[in-house]
Design a protein around this ligand. Sequence first.
Ligand code: PDD
Length: 279
Amino acid sequence: DTVYLNGSFMPSAQATIPVLDRGFIFGDGIYEVIPVYSSQPFRLQEHLSRLVHSLDAVRIRNPLDFSGWQAMITRLIQENRAWKDQSVYLQVTRGVAPRDQAFPVPDVEPTVFAMSMPLSTPSAELVASGVSAITALDIRWQRCNIKAISLLANVLLRQEAVDHGVAETLMLRDGWLTEGSSSNVFIVHEGTLLAPPKDQHMLPGITYDVILELAEYHAIPLRIGAVSEAQLRHADEIWLTSSTKEILAVVSLDGKAVHDGRPGPVFRRMYALYQDFKN
Ligand code: PDD
């Protein structure tokens, strides 16, 4: 496979970075994951604008302009066109400098890395059966709206799910639902879709926005507001959304069936709308 590193395309085995890269030393960087369907990046504009927000939030200079990012991504997709659907990963770190927590002075060049992986969206069976999840305390920091590469808490939380043999860990902060370890979470209560508000406790998902747009356009009752642990536990439906998972129904939470233990009617409708929309 071909990757991009600091202006050049090369086989991944040849892409190396210095050990003093601040991404390696401090996790000092940000990233994006963009789904690509039949060579077309999905919601590219939105992903790149979130990338810019993440860069601004951590004060890393944007190394490319919009058309620069677009051209690089187009070439990367082209180089990896053997895969029908892809997931493009972009990462920018603050660069290489002697180890010191403070920003390097004088400024150094950010390290820019991009790769593509085959995108395997959930199988029809998984969509039909739904998945299981557990809950855990949200042990992350207070800037979860930044798509930072420092993901140690997410790694530990996601491994908890794997250790329990389930698909995802849903996080609760002070009794409120925030999101999954690598997904956003929606619930349905009596036909109304409830979505936690975008704030510093969750990543503003690009898929989350698509779901909200589809709900509005198709007049599915929708309320954006904090979701309590009790609301989560008594939900008729629970959904996970992300660029790689699209939408999945959670049918078991902490070992207890969600409603009747099967993906619900609002999920099935939204799943169909999403499939239509992305094509
Ligand atoms: N993760 N919340 C978290 C913590 C995430 O890591 C992600 C995505 C999302 C969903 O965002 P989006 O709809 O824009 O993919 C929410 C990516 C896919 C990842 O880290 O691999």
